[in-house]
Ligand binder design. Structure first.
Ligand code: AMP
Ligand code: ZN
Length: 469
């Protein structure tokens, strides 16, 4: 039985889906105004792993994750570059998808875009107004927070505490609100901003309504799991609950899962502190499998610290698994005996206990750290029990077990060599020297070698420039 820590109840609960054998899951996706940073990568990796494990257990998972493609930050970036907001969001959605592929994150069943779902948002806002949960004032529509009696049930806040802290909740247009706790569902257009027609005038939706609408459209009125980073609990997810439950009159999501934050060298990641890394930057130094391994080596509800040392140890740990797989393949290919001996059959049977340990760890609120420990126990078992005298079947059985568990975690067991920046520079230097010596064959060979590793060279007047494909 899978148990999930539910932010709603603050306890681990047995996982019982709404419909047998099926899971409906929604994860809040990134706002696309730049390359994603390694903090954004954490929920992506965590919830992709949750999905993979549920699939491994036989569930049919409908996984929806949006891209927020209309937002102040996108508009600001578009104005800075003098291009449209759409151009910015399209560009960074494409870049985000490349990073996701590098981290071996499966594409969602559906990746809706907020800007393509405006009609649904207008519809839900109109329903909330009809039901008395929302009201328009001068082109802005507000949610009437106090009317929703369960408000605060996810973040375990009560309205009076919030009222006390209302200063921080006030936003522009506060005086138009009936109550400082009310939040925006629709805002009127400002000059130079994208806008849509609505019954309340031209404008654009608030952020919270996007997820309620996209979740309802692609998964239905009730879902099993809703996920995101812990910063989203309040107000984003609290507001999603208020909107969806007031609109549909049903419990919105059964389980709410939140990953803890990723810090850098024990400090909060921020651009101003200069300790900010994009996934793309990490990919220039490491295969992104290493980043995935690093993230899964901690429990998703524990804060995680990113540092060069931890990445290096993740790299060598992942290599230990990859080396064991390589060895087992080698043994299998060169074995003289084909079928397992009786002793090997017993050993293969015994090794199943590591698979059971793996599942037991994952059943316990997706404890990937312990699940990885079970993979290492299996690797150690394989290293001590398989040798050149083993049968092909024994080697391939153990190899299949390791690969099977890694696959549930989304870890690829094939080694992928990536070139570090310094190695690229070195090869370019060598190519320049070859050209000077009129050894064009060698120069072409180096260019081809670099291309094979995804490095594109460009000969310019200022010298050779290179980029990663
Ligand atoms: P955003 O684009 O800011 O809406 O963030 C997208 C997702 O990344 C959300 O689920 C956030 O909670 C999550 N997130 C942002 N920063 C971090 C971080 N440093 N550590 C973990 N998750 C984060
Ligand atoms: Zn959301």
């Amino acid at each position: 039985m899978i148990r999930i820590y539910n932010t709603l109840s603050r306890t681990k609960e047995d996982f019982v889906p709404l419909e047998e054998g099926k899971v409906r899951m929604y994860v809040c996706g990134p706002t696309v105004y730049n390359f994603i940073h390694i903090g954004n990568a954490r929920p992506m990796i965590v919830f992709d792993t949750v999905r993979r494990y549920l699939e491994h257990k036989g569930y049919d998972v409908n996984f929806v994750s949006n891209f927020t493609d209309v937002d102040d930050k996108i508009i600001r970036k578009a104005n800075e570059e003098g291009v449209s907001a759409e151009e910015i969001s399209q560009r960074y959605i494409e870049e985000c998808k490349k990073d996701m592929e590098g981290m071996n994150i499966k594409p969602a069943t559906t990746h809706p875009l907020a800007t393509q779902e405006i009609d649904g948002m207008i519809d839900m806002i109109a329903q909330l107004i009809d039901k008395g949960y929302a009201y328009p004032v001068n082109g802005t529509v507000y949610y009437r927070t106090r009317k929703f009696h369960d408000y605060g049930k996810l973040s375990h806040k009560n309205l009076d505490d919030l009222e006390g802290g209302k200063r921080s909740l006030l936003v522009s247009g506060e005086d138009e609100k009936e109550d400082p706790l009310d939040f925006v569902l629709w805002k009127p257009k400002k000059d130079g901003e994208p806008y849509w027609e609505s019954p309340w005038g031209q404008g654009r939706p608030g952020w919270h309504i996007e997820c309620s609408v996209m979740s309802k459209k692609y998964l239905g009125e009730q879902i099993d799991i809703h996920g995101g980073g812990e910063d989203l609990v309040f107000p984003h997810h609290e507001n999603e609950i208020a909107q969806s439950e007031a609109c549909c009159g049903k419990v919105f999501s059964k389980y709410w899962m939140h990953n803890a934050f990723l810090n850098i060298d024990n400090r909060k990641m921020s651009k101003s502190l200069g300790n900010f890394f994009t996934v793309r930057e990490v990919s220039e130094k490491y295969d992104l499998q290493v980043l995935r391994f690093f993230m899964l080596n901690a429990h998703y509800r524990s804060p995680l610290n990113f540092s060069a040392e931890l990445m290096e140890s993740s790299k060598s740990a992942l290599e230990r698994i990859q080396t064991a797989v390589d060895n087992l393949k080698y043994i299998g290919e060169h074995a003289s005996a084909q079928e397992m001996t009786e002793e090997e059959t017993l050993k293969a049977e015994e090794a199943k206990k590591f698979e059971e340990d793996f599942d037991a760890s994952m059943d316990d609120d997706f404890n990937t750290a312990d699940a990885i420990a079970a993979v290492f126990d299996l690797v150690k078992y394989a290293n001590t029990n398989a040798s050149e005298s083993s049968s092909r079947e024994f080697a391939s059985t153990l190899c299949g077990m390791i690969q099977g568990l890694c696959d549930v975690l989304g870890l690829i067991t094939e080694k992928k060599e990536i070139l570090l920046d310094a190695e690229v520079e070195h090869l370019i230097q060598e190519r320049q020297e070859a050209r000077k010596a009129k050894n064009f064959a060698r120069a072409d060979e180096i260019r081809a070698l670099l291309l094979e590793k995804g490095i594109i060279l460009e000969d310019t007047r200022e010298g050779v420039k290179w980029k990663r494909a």
